[in-house]
Design a protein around this ligand. Sequence first.
Ligand code: ZN
Length: 155
Amino acid sequence: MDRPVAVVFMSAGTWVARCPRPLCLNAEQFGITGSGQPGGLTGSFRCRDEAGGCGLTCEAQWPANVEDIEWLLMQRPVPATRNWLPGEDLSDLFTENVQHGIVPISPAGLEAHPGGVLLQVSDRIDGGALSSGTWRREIGATPGTSRRSPWAEGN
Ligand SMILES: [Zn+2]
């Protein structure tokens, strides 16, 4: 039988993994838990006895692009919407963000050069004018990024 592996996913802004041992219903999280104790998910997985777990210690399977997933999800203002499952790629998360009006704004506004890359999302976020910028929920919230059409002058 294969060695157990705890598969890591993000739930409501927290990295978590279910215990892979059959019939154990425990899950562990990365960071400090609600009880003030560190969770059993670090670089590896420990199903903490003190948290009702079975005591299993095993490998944790983290995504290769943890930082990029976090970066996209943390743009979402509502923590409950910060979710990722293995198999979802960065372009899925980016598309969901844009569908909900969460668009990247560079510090200087949308001042990209013609033909320039704004943001390249594949399996990694590979830079571009927006990747180091902050994100705003509304275009136009930053001075200099008005959506007003130049043909609408005088209205
Ligand atoms: Zn367990």
